[in-house]
Design a protein around this ligand. Structure first.
Ligand SMILES: Cc1cc2nc3c(=O)[nH]c(=O)nc-3n(C[C@H](O)[C@H](O)[C@H](O)COP(=O)(O)O)c2cc1C
Length: 186
C-alpha cells in the first residue's frame, strides 16, 4: 500500500529547534506508513500581494504544488509573543490564496505547539486553529498537543517524554485516519 504523504512545517528556523525535533521524531515513528517530509521554510520570501498567481516567486509556487500534492500537513510551532511565529504564518499566508479555494482548503492538518514555558504554546495552538479555519483547512480533531517545558522532554533532537510522545503520535494517528476516510469518500 502506498505511503501517505505528509508535509511537516515548523515555526522555527533555529538549529536545535524543539519544534523540528518533534517533527523529526514523528517522521521516524511513522516511517513505515507515512512519508513525513519536513519542509524548509527558510527560502520562502515574505508575503506580498503584488506577487500572487503567476507572479508568485518560484519557491512559493513549488511550496504550493507540494502542499497540493501532499495528503496532509503536520504543523509544529513554538509560541512567539503569544502567537504563531512569523515564519509559519508567512507560509500559511502564501498558501491561503486564492481565499477559500487555496491548496489549504479542505486539506487535513494536524497541529501541535511547544515552548520552554508552562503553557507549552497553548495560545499559539489556538491561533493556528483560527488561521487554518479561515483557510477552510480540516484541522484534525485530536487531543491537543501542547508540549510544555520542551527542554526537559526533548533530548538529542528527539521527543523522549512518553506522555508527550503519545499525544503527538495520537494527533498524527487521527490525521492518518481522517486522510483515509477523506480518500474513501472520494
Ligand atoms: C521571539 C520569541 C518570542 C517568544 N515568545 C514566547 C511566548 O510568548 N510564550 C512562550 O511560551 N514562549 C515564548 N518564547 C520561547 C519559545 O517558545 C521557545 O524558546 C521555543 O523553544 C522556541 O522554539 P524552537 O525550539 O522550535 O526554536 C519565545 C521565544 C522567542 C525567540
Amino acid at each position: 500500500m502506498a505511503k501517505v504523504s505528509l508535509i511537516g512545517m515548523s515555526g522555527s528556523l533555529r538549529s536545535g529547534s524543539f519544534s523540528n525535533a518533534i517533527l523529526a521524531t514523528l517522521s521516524e515513528h511513522f516511517a513505515e506508513r507515512a512519508d513525513l517530509q519536513v519542509y524548509d521554510l527558510a527560502p520562502i520570501p515574505l508575503y506580498n500581494q503584488d506577487f500572487e498567481g503567476e507572479k508568485r516567486p518560484s519557491v512559493v509556487k513549488q511550496m504550493l504544488a507540494d502542499i497540493e500534492a501532499a495528503d496532509g500537513l503536520v504543523l509544529c510551532a513554538p509560541e512567539f509573543n503569544h502567537s504563531i511565529p512569523g515564519v509559519l504564518k508567512n507560509a500559511i499566508d502564501w498558501a491561503s490564496r486564492p481565499a477559500f479555494a487555496s491548496v489549504l482548503a479542505y486539506k487535513p492538518v494536524a497541529i501541535m505547539a511547544t515552548s520552554r514555558g508552562p503553557l507549552g504554546g497553548a495560545r499559539c495552538l489556538e491561533h493556528m486553529k483560527v488561521a487554518l479555519d479561515s483557510c477552510l483547512s480540516r484541522v484534525t480533531l485530536a487531543r491537543e498537543v501542547i508540549i510544555t517545558a520542551a527542554e526537559t522532554r526533548i533530548k538529542d533532537g528527539r521527543l523522549v517524554d512518553e506522555t508527550c510522545l503519545s499525544f503527538a503520535t495520537g494527533a498524527v494517528e487521527a490525521l492518518l485516519k481522517e486522510i483515509a476516510l477523506f480518500k474513501d469518500a472520494g
